[in-house]
Write a protein that binds this ligand. Structure first.
Ligand SMILES: NCc1[nH]cc(CCC(=O)O)c1CC(=O)O
Length: 463
């Protein structure tokens, strides 16, 4: 990995002197216009982070009127690290992220990265938004979300099989996917098919699928991941409601920063895509109210369409937040609160800084927001869908609030019952798994003792 910081690229330097403390590290990088982007060590994560770094370079290192690049260009280097989720590719995800009512769910992919973000080693983290918990660690926030790709799931058929859709698959066909949400919704729509867990990175999964001796006839994967890895040609059919609603945040990237890091906040201005931010804000608001500490089978579909304040269409759409007065934006406001309001800078957006006297230029936006959400029981038997009428929103916060309201409505409609059941089953299963693990380690210890005895005996004979 290349890096502009000497102690990142020179391993012996780390041995000779102590790691600089957080403040020194941050100050040194600031002096050098250097930013370190952190991400997971998977193909997909590295490709995504590469795109973000390229976009940031394009945005900031622009030529002046004389065709000259800035004398001190910004550097955006990438460093990847293996996370708990990556290290363990075999354990089903629900066992890797045990039930907890206090810890945010699904932080498998982000915990270790966040620790190094807070510590000043990374300046921003590039995540698949889908993998980012809806509650972030104190001191961290999503600085922006990059433009979303196709958020849908997709069907991939085993090489050589003639099928195109789930409807085509013969009864009893085995379909691989690692996600509770996909299994729950698909079991409901296709009780004749068998859904089995499959983990591993995308390439491994495709190889397992295509292996003639594997039982799998098909896989369900995210369209965006396949596209980013150049595998879009493997998609035989995209899936959407009513068959399968996609995961919250699927297809979008979330860039996480330190809340107090004005330098990185500024450098991200102009990178976010406000329609993506408002859509995903609504989806994440909905999930946050539904999950309460564990990952749950929630599907969504969202659309944000910008309208003019004078658009006659506006009259026919519900406008629940019309009279709401929002708290003023300050330099401490979360970055996403500026989403859609901030006019994207035309060039060198990093030069002006946020200060109490000079907030970035703001513009009012009006958009039609459509959100549809569902919660499905693990066996697919109970399924609650809420499809409210579209509403008018004028900020990220309003979109988020609408998502939260939809979640409350879903809970009233029966989602709470489904979620309580899932939590109860999860706790039971974890207790059983724990008991099994204890039994296994006891058996292994006994086995080791036996081997030890035999070896000891043999050694005596030799002696
Ligand atoms: N948890 C796995 C994961 N996290 C992000 C993606 C890619 C899809 C995306 O960008 O949202 C995938 C793979 C998949 O679900 O098929």
């Amino acid at each position: 990995m290349t890096s502009s910081c000497p102690w990142h690229s020179n391993p012996t330097a780390t041995n000779r002197r102590a790691m600089p403390d957080r403040e020194t590290l941050i100050a040194l990088k600031a002096q050098q216009n250097a930013f370190v982007l952190g991400t997971r060590k998977s193909n997909l994560a590295l490709i995504q982070t590469g795109h973000v770094a390229d976009d940031l370079r394009d945005l900031h290192n622009v030529e002046d009127e004389n065709g000259q690049l800035p004398a001190y260009p910004f550097t955006f280097s990438i460093e990847s690290m293996t996370t708990v989720g990556d290290r363990n590719q075999t354990t089903p995800l629900h066992l890797l992220s045990p039930y907890s009512s206090t810890q945010p769910a699904k932080s498998l992919w982000t915990d270790e990265l966040e620790a190094r973000l807070i510590g000043g080693h990374f300046d921003m983290l590039v995540h698949s938004l889908k993998d980012v918990p809806t509650v972030l660690k104190d001191g961290c926030e999503i600085g922006c979300m990059a433009k979303r790709h196709d958020p849908r799931d997709a069907l991939v058929i085993k090489e050589g099989l003639p099928y195109k859709t789930l409807e085509d698959l013969p009864d009893g066909s085995v379909v691989g996917t690692g996600s509770v949400r996909r299994v729950a919704q698909l079991k409901r729509a296709f009780p004749n098919l068998v859904f089995e867990d499959m983990r591993g990175n995308l390439n491994t999964r495709l190889a397992k699928l295509d292996n003639p001796s594997s039982p799998f006839a098909a896989l369900i994967l995210a369209m965006s991941g396949l596209t980013r890895l150049g595998m879009a040609h493997r998609v035989t059919s995209p899936l959407s409601s009513p068959t399968l609603m996609h995961a919250v945040g699927q297809g979008a990237l979330g860039i996480e920063i330190r809340t107090d890091d004005i330098r990185t906040r500024n450098v991200l201005r102009g990178l976010g895509h406000w329609q993506t931010e408002w859509s995903c804000g609504a989806e994440r608001g909905c999930l946050r109210v539904l999950e309460g500490g564990c990952s749950v089978p929630v599907g969504v579909e969202t659309e944000v369409v910008e309208l003019e304040e004078s658009d006659p269409l506006l009259q026919g759409i519900e406008d629940p937040f019309r009279d709401e007065v929002e708290a003023a934006l300050t330099e401490e406001s979360p970055m996403l609160w500026f989403s859609g309001l901030v006019i994207p800078p035309s060039s060198r957006p990093s030069t002006p800084t946020f200060s109490r006297d000079s907030l970035p230029p703001l513009r009012k936006r009006v958009a039609k927001l459509t959100l549809k959400g569902c919660v499905t029981s693990t066996d697919g038997k109970k399924h609650v869908v809420y499809t409210p009428a579209p509403i008018i929103v004028r900020s990220y916060r309003q979109a988020e609030k609408f998502g939260e309201d939809c979640a409350r409505k879903l809970r009233e409609m029966g989602a709470s019952e489904i979620l309580d059941e899932i939590n109860a089953i999860r706790k039971e299963r974890e207790a059983a798994d724990l008991a099994k693990a204890i039994e296994r380690s006891r058996a292994a210890a006994q086995e080791a003792e036996k081997v030890g005895v035999v070896q000891g005996g043999a050694a005596e004979v030799v002696a």
